[in-house]
Design a protein around this ligand. Structure first.
Ligand code: UDP
Length: 240
């Protein structure tokens, strides 16, 4: 079977790197995930990864504790850099060439984000990890995924979720009657107020016509299934 996508953005939330405890960085958890990423990389798919930071810090939580929002958000952006370096370490140990690019300059540890350079790395078969979010407070790494996807011409955003296999009408862990959608439009997400990502990320991917697939990261082989065109999870498209 042939991959149906040539260039993708994989959005990994901070939680995905945390393991069972739900916080911090667990190299063993990352290793399992990296095997899945490597399997897709071996198919010749160009992979760029946007990492979140919620396993370490979220700006909103800082704000609730009395911090200035922008300051707390910068801390969140720095958290994503720690995750990116952890992910890079494991990927390289598994023999996958990588580059980390940060939206906030940290030249001793990573390249600054340069769009053309990122594309070149992808063409050369390197996995590019985008860290630091958009570099701006009040944004999220979901929005970063939509922004970078548009910039580098990714055909799809793969939104890997922890133990949730798609988008539901309500939280399936709380509401037994929650219904799973197999297909939605970006506008549906905004209008129905579905908690899959923030509205900035939804509208940016809608405006730039970037499809999104939301699927369960914790089921072995799922990233490859999506890449091979199997219909799992929920697909979000622009619609009419
Ligand atoms: N963040 C930000 N601007 C961005 C991306 C992220 O300020 O462009 C901050 C924000 O405080 C956020 C934190 O970084 O709470 C971690 O990112 P996110 O919550 O998106 O991570 P995830 O939920 O994917 O783990």
């Amino acid at each position: 079977m042939e991959p149906v996508y040539k260039r993708i953005i994989l959005k990994l939330s901070g939680e995905a790197l945390a393991g069972e405890k739900g916080f911090g960085i667990n190299p063993a958890t990352i290793k399992e995930m990296v095997k899945e990423i490597k399997a897709v990389h071996d198919l010749g798919v160009e992979i760029a990864i946007v990492v979140g930071g919620g396993n370490i810090w979220r700006g909103k939580v800082g704000e609730e504790m009395g911090m200035e929002r922008a300051q707390a958000d910068y801390m969140g952006m720095l958290a994503t850099v720690m995750n990116a370096l952890g992910l890079q370490d494991v990927l390289e140990n598994e023999g996958v060439a990588t580059r980390v690019q940060t939206s906030i300059e940290m030249r001793q540890i990573a390249e600054p984000y340069i769009r053309r350079r990122a594309v070149r790395h992808l063409e050369k078969g390197r996995v590019v990890i985008f860290a630091g979010g958009t570099g701006n407070p009040y944004f999220s790494t979901d929005t970063t995924a939509a922004l970078r996807a548009a910039e580098i011409g990714a055909e799809v955003i793969l939104m890997a979720k922890n133990n949730v296999d798609g988008i539901y009408s309500a939280d399936p862990r709380v509401d037994k009657d929650a219904e799973k959608y197999s297909k939605l439009t970006h506008l549906d997400i905004i209008q129905k107020g579905l908690q899959v990502m923030d509205s900035t990320a939804s509208s940016l991917s809608m405006d730039n016509d970037i499809p999104l697939i939301v699927f369960n990261l914790n089921k072995a082989g799922n990233i490859k299934r999506v890449i091979l065109g199997e219909e799992i999870g929920t697909k979000v498209v622009r619609g009419k």
